[in-house]
Design a protein around this ligand. Structure first.
Ligand SMILES: NC(=O)c1ccc[n+]([C@@H]2O[C@H](COP(=O)([O-])OP(=O)(O)OC[C@H]3O[C@@H](n4cnc5c(N)ncnc54)[C@H](O)[C@@H]3O)[C@@H](O)[C@H]2O)c1
Length: 513
């Protein structure tokens, strides 16, 4: 608790979005004070439970470094003011490897970044929070991004336009690759051949063939690879996975997720920097693996809009939803088939991809419905609809709402029965179902779990990668997982653009229409 509160000095604030049956929970604020409690509007709830947490602080801090302890703690107990029952749990991040210790030089990992654009710089900045790692070089095709990378990593590391110079360096153990998707394959394949472990950004592949080429390269080179969908390392998703596998949701046959935005930035209409030109950008190198064409800054900076370099909304956003669903449900296979609909309605700037896409996927045990819409800021909810309850994740907050599945006599269809038959049926039902004590079958109240303010699943994901580099144990989001999630994206686009049901032929490693 103290660790979490330190992150914001005085208090942690978080907003609960109304969630179906849990809409009692609004604007909840946890304060660090002698009166520590959970407040809803002006009323403070369950201070006793929180005081207990403070008393237990020393014990909790002792267990901070244990990897086996349950990595969450209870802040609020359920029994609160009448009519406002709720359970709120602040999840506690597991300590990162080496955190709070001096890391021996032999345990330090030297890495380099290839591609230091928007994501590359984010990853460099996040790496500063990962103990025992050090960036020793950076690479990008655009000179100003050398400067941006050095600012992000807060030191003057050597910078180059040529990634092969990075791979030739003996002091580089691993590379973080954050280049446009059409360049993933060649850099991953070359990095594996050069004996480097690879953190490759999502989606792993630009095409189905690229994905399998990367899987082969990782295996041939005996390398560690992690794909960059960071929610796979999030404490919120870990809690969701725990709930899912506990059976609390019952059987889950339907999962839905969306990623909706309503801004030029959300639609990838990124500004073009004033110094962008063929002199400052290695345009020919950017085009490797794509058709030749004259210099076009819009294509360089807004590459997600075009077939030649990206996969549109499916590759950019479905992949995060799918990776999260895979992690929670323990799925590691491509969908059996996909059906898509959508259209380009608003962002008609010459792009190849639609600004609305909805895809229904068939997996053996459930169906998954995903949607991206660039015309409304709907956020990124994922919902698991189970026979015993609904689990919803929005951002860093997870809510599980159980459903009342207690046995009851059927009363709807008996409205069309004469009273004597209805009474007879109810009497027989009551005889066959001795009444339990009223509380025995009462559905429990909704329970919410949230990450502390300032929590970064990006640093956690990077830390997991570097831990795998040290231990040589495969990452969770390894080449197979990443390939399967990316195939889901390719199926969505295939179905949309070919106006057909896309089926995955696993034996032939290909999509069929
Ligand atoms: N995990 C996430 O949440 C997340 C977020 C954003 C982007 N991404 C992924 O990160 C990758 C990069 O996206 P971005 O938004 O940073 O794009 P960006 O255009 O901002 O940056 C990409 C950079 O890669 C460089 N590059 C291209 N080819 C190169 C090569 N051969 N050698 C060296 N540098 C090269 C370009 O010069 C550019 O600066 C994509 O795969 C994207 O899907 C992931």
């Amino acid at each position: 608790m103290r660790e979490c509160l330190k992150s914001n000095d005085e208090r942690i604030r978080f907003l609960f979005i109304p969630l179906g049956m849990t809409n009692k929970i609004f604007g909840c604020e946890i304060t660090k004070s002698a009166e520590l409690g959970v407040s809803f509007g002006s009323s403070t709830l369950c201070p006793g439970a929180c005081h207990a947490e403070i008393r237990n602080n020393q014990e909790k801090e002792r267990s901070m470094h244990s990897l086996t302890r349950r990595n969450f703690m209870r802040i609020g107990a359920g029994s609160v003011a009448a009519g406002a029952a709720a359970k709120i749990t602040l999840l506690e991040p597991a300590a990162l490897w080496g955190q709070g210790q001096a890391v021996a030089p032999s345990d330090r990992i030297h890495f380099a970044s290839i591609g230091t654009g928007t994501r590359g710089c984010e990853l460099l900045a996040a790496s500063l929070a990962v103990p025992g790692v050090e960036c020793v070089a950076v690479c990008d095709l655009y000179d100003s991004r050398h400067e941006a990378a050095q600012e992000a990593v807060q030191k003057q590391v050597p910078a180059t336009r040529n990634y092969k110079e990075i791979l030739d360096r003996k002091d580089v153990d691993a590379v973080i690759v954050a280049v446009p998707d059409h360049q993933h394959r060649r850099i991953v394949v070359d990095a594996c051949a050069a004996g480097k472990d690879v953190y490759i950004e999502k989606p792993m592949s630009h095409t189905v063939e690229d994905g399998f080429a990367m899987v082969d390269a990782v295996r041939k080179g005996n390398r560690i690879l992690q794909v960059g969908s960071q929610r796979v390392s999030s404490i919120v998703y870990e809690k969701a996975r725990e709930l899912y596998s506990s059976g609390a949701l019952g059987d889950v046959f339907f999962i839905e997720g969306s990623s909706d935005r309503n801004s030029p930035s959300g639609a990838w209409v990124y500004p073009i920097p004033a110094d962008a030109s063929e002199q400052t950008i290695d345009w020919d190198e950017f085009l490797v693996g794509a058709p030749k064409r004259p210099f076009d800054a819009a294509r360089f900076f807004r590459w997600r809009c075009f077939f030649d370099y990206g996969e549109g909304l499916a590759g950019d956003l479905f992949v995060h939803l799918l990776s999260g669903i895979y992690f929670i449900t323990g799925t590691n296979e491509a969908p059996k088939r996909a059906q898509s609909s959508g259209g380009l309605f608003r962002w008609k700037d010459g792009r190849d991809f639609p600004d609305v896409i909805e895809t229904l996927y068939d997996y053996p045990k459930f169906r998954v419905l995903l949607r991206c819409n660039l015309n409304n800021a709907g956020g990124e909810p994922i919902r698991f609809h189970g026979t015993k309850g609904t689990m919803e994740i929005i951002g860093q907050t997870l809510t599980f709402t159980p459903q009342d599945t207690s046995p009851k006599p059927e009363t709807y269809s008996t409205k069309g029965w004469p009273e004597r038959l209805r009474k007879e049926y109810l009497a027989q039902w009551a005889a066959e179902h001795p009444q339990p004590a009223p509380l025995d079958f009462q559905a429990e109240e909704a329970e919410t779990f949230t990450a502390p303010q300032g929590y970064s699943d990006v640093s956690a994901h990077e830390a997991n990668f570097f831990t795998a580099v040290r231990t040589r144990k495969p990452t969770i989001e390894n080449e197979e997982f990443g390939n399967h999630a990316a195939i889901g994206c390719h199926l969505a686009n295939y179905a949309y653009f070919k106006n057909t049901i896309a089926t995955w032929d696993a034996a032939a490693k290909t999509i069929r229409g």
